[in-house]
Design a protein around this ligand. Structure first.
Ligand code: MG
Length: 445
């Protein structure tokens, strides 16, 4: 197990992810990327600038060419990798976490996020890296056009004329995060009538918590209703994730955003889809109906990027509201996702689109476990019972059993002392029943 790397990089509070640690990590990351050209971006968290200085020093000290994009949403920085022919990227952002958190998210030259498995290799080099010769330490450059270039690239991938004709009414909730740098401009250029809430970038996140959950976007839902808007859109802190509010003011969870995007994409192009094992079956049902395959991956964006990098899937996503469109990058792009959804809304209201996707209900719970051994024991109990019942199982990440039109998964948390149990079924009642049943099995009751 990696000591510092988690599913999405090295994340921690400021007394955990210290400038000292950031420097050592950056030196090892620089060597991992063959002392090449490394892009650097950050969000507006208060500790970001301090960590940035440490990261720049670390990269420079091993002879890397540093190109600083400064403030940029994660999908924007990830889009720039190919454009600037970089060997790697470090984004200083803790995504949707509270403001006191920060993280180094590391992405390779192909655009694939470094998972903890690959992070282990970086960690092994830490503290054991030779600095560059004095004359190989070169000045960092800055690059300030990434935002406009990302907006232009999105514009080329959607039907802007169609959207401009409709003059849709949108409420954008940027949550004081990085989406504020792109979303207002993007949708204004698309001729939408926009109103913005939490549109000022602020590392304290004063408007709402950074994760766009239903509770956290209550004001947005209210605004959509009172303004009679066509949709509300909210992003997380680094803007890779996006959720919607429909024209009736109802929260549209990430799973549904993904299902709608899959429906839209497969209506235009044939190809496989990739989703994580905890993602709603709605996407798979849509793919199946269209005659396309669903590829399942472990939970976490790096595994989706890896799958898409193999070249089979034409769209990928996970239940929290992140969709990957390989035509722009291998990262979850909350802006292209939002723009594609807006393109869809030009055809008919979001509430009508929602009727076209299979209805499922998800329920989640977690069981406390003291250590790895106990976590494994819990998962093993579930695995044995699934085998005993001769259920169709998937062991990509934890253990999942697929029943007729429902599934249940039991999976040890990578970072916390829990084992998580999720269930999905056609009705909320059935999902709850399934969850209860398997929670008891997991607990050995
Ligand atoms: Mg995020």
């Amino acid at each position: 197990m990696a000591k510092y790397f988690g599913t999405n990089g090295v994340r921690g509070l400021f007394n955990e992810l210290t400038p000292d640690l950031a420097l050592k990590l950056a030196m090892a990351i620089g060597v991992f990327f063959k002392r090449g050209k490394i892009l650097l971006a950050r969000d507006a968290r208060l500790t970001g600038e301090c960590l940035k200085h440490a990261v720049v020093a670390g990269l420079q000290s091993v002879g890397c060419e540093v190109v600083d994009l400064d403030f940029a949403p994660a999908p924007t920085a990830e889009f720039m990798i190919k454009k600037l022919k970089a060997d790697g990227l470090i984004i200083i952002t803790a995504s949707h976490n509270p403001p006191e958190w920060n993280a180094l998210k590391v992405v390779d030259g192909k655009g694939v996020t470094i998972s903890w498995e690959r992070g282990e290799e970086i960690e092994r080099m830490m503290g054991n890296v030779a600095p560059a010769e004095w004359d190989k330490v070169i000045p960092a450059k800055t690059y300030d056009r990434s935002i406009e270039e990302h907006i232009a690239a999105i514009g080329k991938l959607i039907n802007g004329d169609e959207i401009r004709k409709r003059k849709l009414k949108l409420v954008l909730d940027c949550g004081n995060g990085m989406s504020a740098l792109i979303a207002p401009k993007l949708f204004e250029e698309l001729g939408c009538e926009i109103s913005i809430i939490n549109g000022k970038v602020d590392g304290h996140f004063p408007g709402r918590p950074s994760e766009p959950t239903e509770v956290n976007v209550a004001v947005l839902m209210q605004e959509v209703r009172s303004k009679g808007a066509d949709a509300g859109i909210a992003w997380d802190g680094d803007a890779d994730r996006v959720i919607f509010v429909d024209d009736l003011g109802r929260f549209v969870i990430g799973d549904k955003v993904l299902a709608l995007c899959v429906l839209w994409k497969l209506g235009k192009q044939k190809g496989d889809i990739a989703i994580t094992v905890s993602t709603s079956k709605a996407a798979e049902d849509i793919a199946q109906k269209a005659g396309n395959k669903t590829l399942y991956t472990k939970i976490g964006a790096p595994y989706l990027s890896q799958e898409i990098a193999k070249g089979h899937a034409i769209i990928a996503g996970e239940e929290v509201g992140g969709v990957i469109w390989p035509e722009i990058s291998l990262a979850k792009d909350g802006f292209l996702t939002a723009a594609k959804m807006v393109e869809m809304i030009c055809k008919k209201p979001l509430s009508a689109w929602l009727k076209d996707i299979p209805q499922y209900f998800n329920v989640k719970t977690k069981i406390e476990a003291k250590n790895e051994e106990e976590k494994n024991k819990i998962v093993q109990r579930v695995r044995s019972e699934m085998k005993k019942r001769k259920l169709k199982t998937m062991e990509i990440d934890g253990v999942r059993a697929d029943l007729d039109d429902s599934w249940v998964i039991c999976r040890p948390s990578g970072t916390e002392n829990y084992v998580r149990v999720f269930a999905e079924a056609k009705t909320e009642e059935k999902a709850k029943e399934l969850l209860e049943e398997w929670k008891k099995i997991a607990e050995g009751k």
